[in-house]
Design a protein around this ligand. Sequence first.
Ligand SMILES: [Cu+2]
Ligand SMILES: [Zn+2]
Length: 165
Amino acid sequence: MYTDQITPRINFTQLLLYERPKAAAWITGNAAHPTLSGLVKFYQTNYGGVLVEAEIFGLPNIDTQGSSNFYAFHIHEFGDCSGDFQKAGGHYNPQGSMHPDHAGDLPPLLGNQGYAWASFYDKRFTINEIIGKSVIIHENRDDFTSQPSGDPGPMIGCGEIRRTL
Ligand SMILES: [Cu+2]
Ligand SMILES: [Zn+2]
């Protein structure tokens, strides 16, 4: 029977509804995108991987009625979101892989007239290893081909990944 099918989604749903994330990153925009904001949460699961949930406001297509655009979304190696975010460094890549096989390469955000919501399961990193790194949003889509980072344009949003209390 349908209701007997136990798959991870039921656990993931409960994590999102009732549990506290183990880590989170508050996203703020750069000088050119001052109203970009959002929160990215990281939950430990019983399956070895991490459940990520992101809710983002004020993406660049906010003023285009009916628009829906992809925005590159990555974990970068340093948690320094000062200035133009250049100090965030490159993609988190402990294995020395090619893009888009970096541990920090995330599914792109789909911005619907400025708003994005996404949740996904990710086994490329542990929560402990990403504390003190950053979540970065780019101005353009990730082409999942160009090296070293998918040619996604400038970094427009940044948040340091912090352990939650
Ligand atoms: Cu990036
Ligand atoms: Zn990458």
